[in-house]
Design a protein around this ligand. Structure first.
Ligand SMILES: [Zn+2]
Length: 83
């Protein structure tokens, strides 16, 4: 059993809870790693080269989420999609 965080109604026994994200913000992740590149040069053998890679990846970070009942989940889902 759980209490819906939107309508404050206590759920029935064995009723499933739904989690809905109501607020999220863009987040930028900085990823750094070292890559080893092997270069083959004709007649001179192989040469290893270390390359430092810096990558910026964009993602989403969840700010606020609610545990809600099915009714509220359906209501909120439509609202968020239309926004
Ligand atoms: Zn509810």
């Amino acid at each position: 059993m759980f209490r819906c965080e939107y309508c404050n109604k206590l759920s029935k026994l064995r009723e499933k809870s739904y989690t809905i994200v109501i607020e999220k913000r863009p987040k930028i992740y900085h990823v750094e790693y070292t890559k080893i590149i092997i270069k083959r040069r004709p007649g001179k053998g192989r040469r290893k080269k270390k390359v430092h890679v810096k990558k910026v990846t964009k993602g989403w970070e969840i700010v606020r989420e609610l545990r809600v009942c099915l009714d509220c989940y359906n209501k909120l889902k439509d609202n968020i999609q239309n926004a």
